[in-house]
Design a protein around this ligand. Structure first.
Ligand code: NAD
Length: 47
């Protein structure tokens, strides 16, 4: 499946680790702007 998200904003909670990090990367790779949050500020910055 090849879906594009240009012009879309995706909100990802728990984006410092695991599924949240993977989803943030996957949506960004398909053109979305990511609004990410997590309790772990330093690791969220890595995402
Ligand atoms: N890993 C699996 O196989 C699996 C399977 C089914 C369901 N789940 C569920 O999916 C979710 C994510 O799993 P994961 O493996 O990616 O977990 P993970 O622990 O790797 O990541 C969870 C992230 O959420 C953040 N977080 C926790 N509370 C938060 C809050 N109040 N606000 C913002 N961020 C917060 C943590 O800091 C962490 O970075 C969990 O609810 C888990 O139970 C996981």
């Amino acid at each position: 499946m090849n879906i594009e998200f240009h012009g879309k904003v995706v909100v990802v909670t728990g984006a410092a680790h695991g599924f949240g990090r993977a989803m943030a990367a996957a949506f960004a790779a398909r053109g979305a702007v990511i609004w990410a949050c997590d309790l772990l500020e330093d690791e969220l910055r890595e995402t």
